[in-house]
Structure formats: structure tokens, C-alpha cells
Write a protein that binds this ligand. Sequence first.
Ligand SMILES: [Cu+2]
Length: 238
Amino acid sequence: MKRLMLLSFVFLLSGCSDIAVLNPKSVTGQEQAYLIWLSLGIMTLVILVVFVLFAWFTFKYRYTKNKDGFVPTDVKGNLKLELTWTIIPFVLLAILAVPTIMTTYDHSPELQADNREGADKEGTHINVTGQQFTWTFEYENGKTVHDELIIPEDETIVFHITSKDVIHSFWIPELAGKVDAVPGRVYTYEIKDAERGTYRGKCAEYCGIQHTNMVFNTEVVSKSDYEDYLKKPDNQDD
Ligand SMILES: [Cu+2]
């Protein structure tokens, strides 16, 4: 039975070999993957220390015959130990919090204006609108396209994300983490230096009966191909 459980665990793990989030194709994705590995590293360290101490104490203070009737002396606090187990978690949390907050703010810059036109930041600006059950992408020259996102490689793309109805979530797992698309608000989100390729995008917030079909294709192309693409007419089908 134990072996069976172990085996099924190995099978479960083997499913993890191709996690897009851990194999990112953009600088933004790499920075986010680094945070995942950093937190995993710190958690592993903590769990190892806890488990080793647990095993050691269980063994050391186990019941044996010659401890019969033994009553340990009453200890009233230990400043050194208490300081140690207060300061170490504090330091670990700081190591985790500082890069996480810096990266988060860096990837969601505050701009002078919510909309593409008034934004002060360098890069390619694209308005993203979620609506049951489609994504609309509006480029800098006004070109508007549904469920197909074309972006230039090796550039900073600034998305201005919003929703027309309910909360959706904009997610291209191979390029960057998800961002909520909230009606009445515009969130800015940057994807830096994407590699050329085709990636799946999806809505990552359950938004209604057709939520699963709220997907889009992302194509990262060369800068000249991107310029050519902008000149082509919209593919608006409604
Ligand atoms: Cu959805």
C-alpha cells in the first residue's frame, strides 16, 4: 500500500515536467519564476529544519525504562532561544517580501493615465478588454482585434487591462502571471522582452458558462512583422 502511494506520488510529480510558468519565454516571466523558486527554497529550508528537529526531539525525549518517574526541571523562558526563533522567521520573511513587492510594483507600473493615449511610459501600449466571452485588443493605431494578440519581440509591452462586465483575468502562462480584468478599473501590466513564438492565453477567473472558451492566441513576432500587422485591416467580426 505504501509503495502504491509512493508510486502514485511519483506519477503525480511526473506531470509537472512541463509547467509553463516555470519555463517562461519572457524576462517578466523569468523574474516571476525566480520568485517562485525563491519562496520554494525558503519553504524547503524551513520544513527541513522543522522535520529534523521534530525527529530529533521525538527520539531524544522518548520514553525509556530508566526515565521512569523522571520529572524534568521547570524552565521559565530562554531569551536566547526566543530571540532566535523570532528573528530568523522575520529575516526569512524580509528576504521573501522585499523582492516580491519590488517585482510586483515593477510589473504593474503606475502611469499618469489609465488609457493607452495618456500613458507616459515607453513601450508598446495595448488596451485589453475582457467581455463575456471574448478578449479585445486595441493597438496604438486604433486597430482592434478579438481573441488574437500580436506583440513585437524584445520590447516592453504595456497592457491596460479592464473589463466590460464581470471580473475576468488576463493570463498568458508562458509569458507572465495573471492579472484581473475588473469592470470600472484599468490595471497596467508589463510584459518585458518576450521571445518569438506562439503562446496560449486564457481567462483565469471563472466568469460564466463559456469561461473555458475565453481563450486567445498570442504571437510574438519580429518588430517589422509587427509594423506590417498594424497596417492590415481589423479582423473584427461583429
Ligand atoms: Cu473567464
